[in-house]
Design a protein around this ligand. Sequence first.
Ligand SMILES: [Zn+2]
Length: 151
Amino acid sequence: MAFCPNCGKEVSPEAFACPNCGHPLRQQRPVQSPAEVNASKLGSIKTYLLVAFIFNILAVIAFAIGALFFLVLVFIPFLAILALIFFVPLILSIITLTRINQMRSAAERGDIATLKSLNSVGWGIIALIFAGIITGIFLLIANGPINELTQ
Ligand SMILES: [Zn+2]
């Protein structure tokens, strides 16, 4: 328990003001400037993009192994379609990886205009389907905070 410096009554240490006399006990959090809000948002955005990037790399590796393994099927009638199961996601996951990499470097440079222009729910959904569920989820999680950034 803390004591009010004004009236001496016992007050909760969490109280912003004394409930007895109204004396202010501690400073309320100062309002953050837009630059500070941006900086703290960019911190989380970089983390989300890093997670998306790592899981996208894993997806590319997995699809590349699958594609290599099923390469032989391309030459077998009726089975060639099976190879597409790996080749289509392989190509799309490489595209999403490139995009995420561009977003990461824009976030690193603090280039908010570029980051916003690359930010897209559509690509998040494509990543969700073709570049790993976790990749897509983190790309979609980053979408909101990127939209909220001020230039
Ligand atoms: Zn008081």
